[in-house]
Write a protein that binds this ligand. Structure first.
Ligand code: CA
Length: 225
């Protein structure tokens, strides 16, 4: 799951980033409203943390433009200001939840989990199943019957995307931005390398689930009998 943090106070931004990454999320940070909006519009994020007071474009405007563009991504607004008028403006602009600084890390993580649950395609438990496969979030373990293997972080994120999308084809570019983000200099062959790692692990598990290559389109899961 990928989270965008739009926060101009760099210390707070990196604290949030550490906190979320420790909890197993992938994150990107933007330090102003304009780049925050650009990134948010990419559609690759599952949740957005959005500060209100931001340089270039304030959080309320970012949110309004995001909603006007048709994005339904869950947004958690962060603000130092706790007055009712702000809260109302935030909710009216299309925020899903509002958190006033300073907040407890546990409260933030609970909000993120709650927002992620609102999206039906996202994980709602720590266990994801597809065909004969079971993927456990806490331990990065993939199992099939009695056999199990440990996945690296990137392998886990990639397989999770596949399991959530099933037989729907995922283009290579989608995998690249979802897993490595826009800022990274990862290239197409990174995707191929991780696909081959995952294929070896699926084989080792004797799973009936395969990652199928759809020429010129991308990849998807396939269950063999
Ligand atoms: Ca700020």
């Amino acid at each position: 799951m990928r989270i965008l943090i739009v926060e101009d106070e760099s210390r707070l931004a990196s604290t949030l980033q550490d906190l979320l990454e420790l909890d197993g999320y992938l994150t990107d940070v933007c330090h102003d409203g304009e780049s925050g909006l650009d990134n948010a519009l990419s559609g690759i994020y599952d949740v957005i943390l959005l500060d209100v007071m931001l340089p270039k474009l304030d959080g309320f405007s970012v949110l309004r433009r995001l909603r006007q563009a048709g994005s339904a991504v869950p947004v958690l607004m962060l603000t130092a200001r706790g007055d009712v008028a702000d809260r109302v403006t935030g909710l009216d602009s299309g925020a899903d939840y509002y958190l006033t600084k300073p907040f407890e890390p546990r409260e933030l993580l609970a909000c993120v989990r709650a927002l992620a649950r609102r999206q039906p395609t996202l994980r709602s438990t720590d266990l994801l199943e597809y065909g004969d496969l079971r993927l456990e979030r806490g331990s990065f373990t993939l199992s099939c019957g009695e056999r199990s293997v440990h996945l690296s972080r990137r392998e886990f994120d990639m397989l999770e995307l596949f399991m959530l999308n099933g037989e729907q084809v995922l283009p290579k570019e989608t995998l690249l931005v979802k897993l490595w983000g826009y800022e990274s200099d990862a290239e197409d062959n990174h995707v191929e390398v991780y696909i081959s790692f995952l294929r070896k692990k699926l084989e080792h598990l004797h799973s009936r689930v395969k990652i199928k290559t759809i020429r010129l389109a991308g990849y998807c899961l396939q269950q063999n009998d």
